[in-house]
Design a protein around this ligand. Structure first.
Ligand code: FES
Length: 157
């Protein structure tokens, strides 16, 4: 994702929350809403414009799971590694995805298309093992299905 007008974007957000209680979190929320994550350059700019130490900003960013420090992919591929999915072969699905996309958990492919996320129980254990790509749920997934699932989304570009 190209981050243009970063200084102006950060100024708008910092000005909006200036002097308000809990403003650092709100500033970071606004930045993530805008970019889909909090780029390091934006964190540096928040520090520069607000006078808040960068270490404090990263304390907040790393404390809350909500904040993303890396650009998300166009598609979020979530593999469930809850007990039911684990027992029904989810680890092999993860291996297959890693082999095909060359990413580890929490990483996005170089082309920015796919982000791999490992989750714990999606609440549909009867369908195990489960993969979701954004809102679409794939159930009883076999290792041999993975390539097709990835290809299905690559085609939509
Ligand atoms: S363990 Fe995977 S959906 Fe519950």
């Amino acid at each position: 994702m190209v981050v243009e007008n970063l200084q102006d974007d950060v100024k708008t957000v910092v000005d909006r929350w200036k002097g308000k209680e809990g403003n650092l979190i709100m500033v970071l929320h606004d930045i993530q809403d805008r970019y889909g994550y909090v780029p390091r350059a934006a964190a540096l700019e928040v520090s520069r414009q607000s006078g808040m130490p960068l270490a404090r900003i990263y304390e907040v960013l790393t404390f809350y799971n909500y904040f993303k420090l890396k650009a998300p992919g166009k598609f979020n591929v979530a593999v469930c590694l809850g007990t039911a999915c684990y027992l029904k072969g989810a680890p092999a699905l993860i291996e297959e995805i890693r082999d095909i996309l060359h990413v580890n958990e929490g990483e996005t492919t170089k082309d920015g298309l796919f982000h791999l996320q490992i989750v714990r129980c999606l609440g549909c254990c009867g369908l195990a093992p489960v993969i979701t790509v954004d809102q679409k749920v794939y159930s009883a997934v076999k290792k041999s299905d993975v390539m097709g699932i990835i290809a299905e989304h690559s085609k939509t570009i």
